[in-house]
Write a protein that binds this ligand. Structure first.
Ligand SMILES: *[C@@H]1O[C@H](CO)[C@@H](O)[C@H](O)[C@H]1NC(C)=O
Ligand SMILES: *[C@@H]1O[C@H](CO)[C@@H](O)[C@H](O)[C@H]1NC(C)=O
Ligand SMILES: *[C@@H]1O[C@H](CO)[C@@H](O)[C@H](O)[C@H]1NC(C)=O
Ligand SMILES: *[C@@H]1O[C@H](CO)[C@@H](O)[C@H](O)[C@H]1NC(C)=O
Length: 318
């Protein structure tokens, strides 16, 4: 029996409606994330200057660039950078003593302190038309010079010709580096992602395997988590703390900076704890093209939803 045009039309409309409902159901099921409480926030660290000592915060304003201070516009993570005169980044890898430089950002200035140095209060530059081109891991990014006075301070501390630069807000950020998952993140002078999460249990486990004293500070997390088991953070795809939502971007591949003692600024002569980490925290064979032989510890996250978080907040994952 042949079908009339009307029957075909009705038939295909019904089929279309059914298909739409199925897609809708699948989509709404996918959208409905079920959160599971796994841990608490133990510490929040802000690193205003790349490679400098982290400042512990009780509360943080998590923006797309990571940890920021509540109520200040100019204090996002890694928005200051030490550079050589030609704009090349200087990090704790070349200058281990950078990890002992404390920086404290307030509304209009940044204060630097260092062992045997007088504190210096540096106004945050406001004339962003003075930006110079800097390079972080081979990417170009703008930086506004913070002036001669702080350059003299750096000269005295490092005995080298360095400048401090600040990321001007109207500049173009870098793309998060080596992403293996969407959505794309934007970063400033960070290594590769806006936010790094690490659990105390992972640090404790590694600590039990090495003879030297290490702490979470060796690994420069943004958010340190307590209450989960060691390396549990490896399995978290979505993380929610208060209103803040983050998504896994990639594992954190560890480098020589972990061997610099955060309190003395001295590299461990045996290359620990990196050597031990290398022995048991290699990535899966299928991921070697991303991480090579660098061992993994902690996870890099991109920020999906910004907002304020506090020490003690519950951490939910899905
Ligand atoms: C958090 O940072 C954003 C972006 O800079 C800003 O608009 C917002 O006012 C800040 N919130 C708080 C509570 O500081
Ligand atoms: C900002 O810097 C530019 C370039 O050096 C200069 O021409 C301009 O006068 C400065 N503006 C202010 C307000 O200082
Ligand atoms: C580790 O730290 C403890 C306590 O601070 C100290 O007693 C011990 O000597 C340190 N060990 C090493 C190897 O530095
Ligand atoms: C988180 O903190 C709460 C209250 O301080 C405590 O009762 C709970 O056991 C903690 N949870 C985890 C997973 O550490």
């Amino acid at each position: 029996m042949g079908l009339t045009t009307n029957q075909i039309l009705i038939g295909s409309s019904l089929a279309l409606a059914a298909a739409v409902s199925v897609v809708y159901l699948l989509y709404s099921k996918k959208k409905k994330v079920s959160w599971r409480k796994v841990a608490n926030v133990s510490k929040i660290y802000l690193y205003p200057i790349k490679s400098s000592r982290g400042e512990e915060l009780e509360s943080a304003n998590i923006t797309s660039f990571g940890v920021g201070k509540v109520g200040t516009e100019h204090s996002d993570d890694r928005c200051f950078l030490v550079v050589s005169p030609n704009g090349q980044m200087v990090t704790g890898r070349q200058e281990p003593r950078l990890v002992m430089v404390k920086s404290h950002v307030s509304l209009n200035s940044i204060t630097l302190s260092g062992p045997e140095m007088e504190d210096i209060d540096v106004p945050i530059p406001t004339n962003v038309s003075n930006a110079m081109n800097c390079r972080v891991w081979g990417n170009d990014i703008a930086g506004v010079d913070c002036g001669d006075e702080v350059a003299n301070w750096l000269q005295k501390y490092f005995n080298a010709d360095y400048r401090l630069v600040y990321y001007p807000r109207n500049a173009t950020p870098r793309d998060a580096r080596g992403e293996i998952s969407s959505p794309p993140g934007k970063i400033v002078y960070h290594d590769c992602a806006p936010c790094n999460i690490l659990s105390e249990a992972s640090v404790d486990d590694l600590s039990s395997r090495v003879d030297i004293n290490i702490s979470a500070r060796n690994f420069r997390p943004s958010i340190l988590i307590t209450g989960c088991s060691a390396y549990e953070e490896d399995s978290w795809t979505n993380v929610k703390i208060g209103v803040v939502e983050m998504k896994f971007m990639k594992f954190c591949a560890r480098c020589l900076l972990t061997t610099v003692d955060p309190t003395s600024g001295i590299k461990d002569s045996d290359g620990e704890p990196l050597k031990t980490l290398k022995a048991y925290r290699q990535c899966d064979k299928t991921l070697k093209h991303i991480y090579g032989h660098d061992p993994l510890l902690g996870v890099h996250m991109v920020i999906l939803n910004p907002g304020v978080i506090n020490v003690g907040d519950s951490v939910y994952v899905s």
